[in-house]
Design a protein around this ligand. Structure first.
Ligand code: NAI
Length: 247
């Protein structure tokens, strides 16, 4: 359980086949990790792995649903070592408080919240002292119009991060969260172009974050030097969470 074949630290990244997750996979692999991609989109997993392997990076893929506990446990046992888990899977669908159904709400919580809990718990069970868990919340956790289930799930991620950090601090496992602002990824590009442009206009610099902007912050919380920082949420949103609508 203490060595990977390559001798590198092993990082698991859920949602690692697209957007922020994929940029994180590339960044961590370049930082010297062996990176295991977990994502339900098999084609995108294969594409991510083959593209990065072509750059001689140590990346492997597991096409799995993030709520498939047995599958995730098997993948972690196959790797034989877990140093970092980044939980970057997420789903987002705009709909008003009045429109959202029980089924919609349950699905969002299933992927965005239980889908953080399961890989984090399986990872923590296999981590040694010095392990790191990084969750991906959202600036939307502070509130937002037109996606109440998403807001609730992402506020839940911050609460879960703090709870896990408290449980795991005596084992010296650090658990922190990144809360991105509006980021240019396939998720936000599902918006109609005029809605995407309107959302960008609301950002402080009138530009979205790039997936790499968010991956850089995730890499900080994933680095071995993080050690004494735990239970924190870092907003990576160009300052939008500071407010700015006047007094
Ligand atoms: P994305 O849609 O580009 O990538 C999400 C990935 O998660 C996809 O590859 C998808 O196949 C995978 N996925 C979805 N459900 C899954 C499941 N049940 N099991 C396994 N894999 C599953 O999204 P993006 O934008 O890169 O988002 C990454 C994270 O960042 C999400 O948690 C999202 O909520 C969060 N975020 C994104 C923001 C943005 O503006 N793009 C802003 C704030 C937070």
């Amino acid at each position: 359980m203490n060595t990977s074949a390559s001798g590198r630290e092993v990082a698991f990244v859920t949602g690692g086949a697209s957007g922020i997750g994929r940029a994180t996979v590339a960044r961590l692999a370049r930082d010297g990790f062996r990176v295991a991609v977990i994502d339900r989109n098999e084609k995108a997993v294969n594409d991510t792995v083959s593209t990065l392997q072509a750059e001689q990076l140590d990346v492997v893929g597991y096409a799995l649903d993030v709520t498939d506990r047995a599958g995730i446990a098997r993948a972690m046992d196959t790797e034989g070592r877990v140093d970092v888990v980044v939980c970057a899977t997420g789903v987002y669908k705009p709909r008003s408080f009045d429109e959202v159904t029980d089924e919609d709400f349950r699905h969002t919580l299933e992927v965005n919240l239980i889908g953080v809990f399961i890989p984090a718990q399986e990872g923590a069970r296999r981590m040694r002292e010095g392990g790191r868990i990084v969750t991906v919340s959202s600036r939307g956790a502070l509130g937002g119009l037109g996606f109440p289930d998403y807001v609730a799930s992402k506020a839940g991620v911050i609460g879960l991060t703090r709870a896990m950090a408290m449980e795991l601090r005596n084992k010296k496992i650090a658990v922190n969260s990144i809360a991105p602002g509006f980021t240019d990824t396939p998720m936000t590009r599902t918006m109609p172009p005029e809605q995407y442009a309107a959302a960008v206009e609301l950002e402080p610099g009138k530009a979205p974050a790039s997936p790499e902007d968010i991956a850089n912050a995730i890499a900080f919380f994933a680095s071995p030097g993080i050690r004494f920082v735990t239970g924190q949420t870092l907003f990576v949103d160009g300052g939008k969470s500071l407010g700015g609508l006047g007094i």
